[in-house]
Design a protein around this ligand. Sequence first.
Ligand SMILES: NC(=O)c1ccc[n+]([C@@H]2O[C@H](COP(=O)([O-])OP(=O)(O)OC[C@H]3O[C@@H](n4cnc5c(N)ncnc54)[C@H](OP(=O)(O)O)[C@@H]3O)[C@@H](O)[C@H]2O)c1
Length: 210
Amino acid sequence: MSLPWSIYRELWTPYPPAPQGDYLRGKVVVITGATSGIGLEATKQLAAASPSQMILAVRSVEAGEKVLQQIKASYKGLEGKVIHCDLQDFTSLKECVENIKRDYDRVDLLINNAGMNPNFDEGPYKSTIDGYERVFQTNVLAPLLMTFLLLPLLRRSNGPKVIFTGSDAHIFATHALIQTSVDNHQSIVGAYNDEGKYHQPARYFESKAS
Ligand SMILES: NC(=O)c1ccc[n+]([C@@H]2O[C@H](COP(=O)([O-])OP(=O)(O)OC[C@H]3O[C@@H](n4cnc5c(N)ncnc54)[C@H](OP(=O)(O)O)[C@@H]3O)[C@@H](O)[C@H]2O)c1
């Protein structure tokens, strides 16, 4: 699919530079997917803003520990923790949240960044251990569950913030999947779980539009 450059120009505008200073001083930050890509860069940028705690909720604890050591070495006094969290397994996600609740009484900033794009691994339809289509669970259900489960801690913050890493690719999603379900009085989750309605690359776009 090729699009006129004017569309790219309109949608992919340059972002302003990252803010400077200690705007996170004393704050407790939780970020998912901190081990690579956007999450890794965000973690480094946020660590520079003097949070008191950086909690890295990651699928690979080994990779997470490397990142934590790196930012702790760069920013003296920064504390943090690496916690295993596989978004394709709700038991793992719930254990991660319980782990956070054991050690922290508040969360100021939650960044739901981890996500997957099945177009990069040519992934066919697959279900998670919880019985949901994996892109839908990873990009939609799990970030929502993470947010709901952490609400009690977010409520204890003076200015809680929750960020979901979206994607400009959401503009390519048609709303047929959802609209058809609504029109037919069918479950939207059921539609996402219906293998016959799984199309690439649409599913990634749909997940980012949800
Ligand atoms: N790259 C782009 O052009 C782009 C553009 C717009 C938006 N985004 C969004 O930005 C976010 C980060 O993407 P990225 O480009 O930085 O990709 P990336 O480099 O592949 O990073 C994805 C991160 O998510 C983690 N992750 C994936 N599946 C997971 C799971 N089941 N449980 C826990 N963690 C999981 C990965 O952990 P592992 O290292 O263990 O796999 C990794 O840390 C995503 O939400 C993506 O949709 C990306």
